[in-house]
Design a protein around this ligand. Structure first.
Ligand code: SAM
Length: 197
């Protein structure tokens, strides 16, 4: 069977993604859950910024932000929203950066779209400095097993997403877990924060 063409899917979604986020303001609030965990200065990589809604908040006078996304359509939208951003096309499983070149890696609603999650985790570990932060928000299966939450997770899986234990994968890649919680609709959103020792 041919590999699913995620790039094409996201290219098609790109013009509609930010308007859909405006219709569902809670989506944006979910993504913002990673902000308090990011270092105030240094270099931060956002993987999968999509149309750049969160990315617009990452670069500050003391923090340099780079965005990397698989989809040229999404990058085009992000460039319109954040004209001065440093945005490049690439894949999370093979990052075009030197080892230890970032202080934080951030991603929201991206990890569940990456088929080879272990390889992506290895890449994040490789390019973080010692003490660097990996901050992730994504959809998942609620640990209390509530029915609407399980139904939501099953719906994501039908769209081709992978519902995983991100914190366990972080640990396997050598991260220490500094925060892990479920929140949002039916506890179906997960925040996982790892630190590279
Ligand atoms: C569901 S959107 C999330 C966009 C934004 N981060 C948000 O929270 O709204 C997923 C984004 O991740 C990107 N993406 C998916 N797989 C990727 C991969 N392997 N490497 C880099 N980006 C990827 C997609 O192109 C898309 O822009």
């Amino acid at each position: 069977m041919p590999a699913f063409d995620y790039q094409r899917l996201y290219d098609r979604m790109a013009p509609f993604y930010a308007p859909a986020m405006r219709l569902l303001p809670v989506w944006r609030r979910y993504t913002e859950a990673i902000l308090p965990w990011l270092p105030a200065d240094g270099r931060i990589l956002e993987v999968g910024p999509g149309p750049g809604v969160l990315h617009a908040r990452l670069a500050t006078p003391t923090r340099m932000a780079v965005g990397l996304d698989l989809s040229t359509g999404m990058l085009k939208q992000a460039r319109k929203r954040v004209p001065l951003a440093r945005l490049i096309c690439g894949n999370a499983v093979n990052l075009p950066f030197a080892a230890r070149s970032f202080d934080a890696v951030a991603m929201t609603f991206v990890f569940s779209a990456i088929p080879d999650g272990q390889q992506a985790m290895r890449e994040f570990a490789r390019l973080l400095q010692s003490g660097g932060i990996l901050a992730l928000v994504d959809a998942g299966i609620p640990s209390n097993g509530n029915r609407p939450g399980r139904w939501l997770a099953a719906a994501w899986e039908r769209f081709g997403d992978f519902m995983r234990d991100e914190a366990a994968l972080m640990r396997q890649a050598g991260f220490e877990i500094v925060e892990q919680r479920e929140f949002g609709a039916f506890n179906s959103i997960r925040l996982a924060i790892g630190r590279k020792p």
